[in-house]
Write a protein that binds this ligand. Sequence first.
Ligand SMILES: *Cc1c(COP(=O)(O)O)cnc(C)c1O
Length: 388
Amino acid sequence: MSQIKIPVLDLNPQYEQIKDEVQAAINRVLESGQFIMGPDVKLFEQEVADYLGVKHAIGVNSGTDALVIGLRALGIGEGDEVITTPFSFFATAESISNVGAKPVFADIDPRSFNIDPKEIKAKITARTKAIMPVHLYGQPAAMAQIMEIAQEHGLKVIEDCAQSFGARYWGTCSSCDGHCQESTRESLRGKFTGAIGDVGAYSFFPSKNLGAYGDGGMVVTNDDQVAEVARMLRVHGAKKKYHNEVLGYNSRLDTLQSAILLVKLPYLEQWNEGRRRVAKTYNDLLADVSGIITPELADGHVFHQYTVRVLDGKRDKVKEYLGEQVIGSMIYYPVSQDQLPVYQGQYPKMPGSDLLGTEVLSLPIWPELEQDNINLRVNLCKTALLLA
Ligand SMILES: *Cc1c(COP(=O)(O)O)cnc(C)c1O
């Protein structure tokens, strides 16, 4: 038996770094006795709004709730269609279905793993109300083209930023090439994902780039009306207590989680830089390995995941070999959302996302991952490819 045991994600190095601050924050909340909508919630919302450069940030219970509440605040529901990517965690499509709308899937660009704007155009009908791009693995989607399409067809845009806190759009990934007006790209350059569309939805699930120690999420928007509805929906559809106007949810961000996230937010840029450094090291070491396609180091990418494509049907063998060496790796996502049992038979398979489901392999990444660990994994990948 090998003694090497390396997980796919290790949250401990980060916790060690901020332990004292986090414990002080938790104690402060415990002693204040204000567990629901305490002052830390408002403070954290303000800090996020300032950081992202948006007018409103509304803390909610989870990233999934942020999507659901965001959709409803945009007025999307029964009879509407929302175009989204097939290649994401199921919360993306689930949120659309749960508000009574229909997810319509547009295939991805395999170079970026993100929704392909050309495919979006082909899926627009009279019922289409919104586009929900996902900035998968932390890489901004082709937002300039997506915003142009939305504008042309009068559609809302709700960004699933669960994997992209801190990612900025620079228009430099290959799927952004030459398909939009330079002026649109210029106007969006440097903006944070989530601050571009009508609504941005974030998750603070512990493994995300900005992770709480439990569930949490955030809706952001520049639209006063949308913000007002979102604030109302998170507290049972009431603007004024005991004057419930619509059916809402119990979906608040905990004061405790807000206090923890207030400690973490100032470190985010440095942690995302760490992730980019790890990704670059992997890319350099894997550059001339045949049988693997490494991800683009697009500007602004925050590498929630570091995901390679393993070609020629060798992915599962490589994963198995790594597992035997007790090295963690993950497949995000083996089955496209449209092909999940919940939607059985409703959607035809899409070639891009279907192929990538058989090729993608996410290697361990966290900001503090050391060079030795990366070398070891890369060498094991190379061995696995030779054996496969
Ligand atoms: C994690 C995730 C969500 C859901 O966030 P939760 O906080 O777990 O509800 C939604 N979309 C994507 C792409 C995610 O990765």
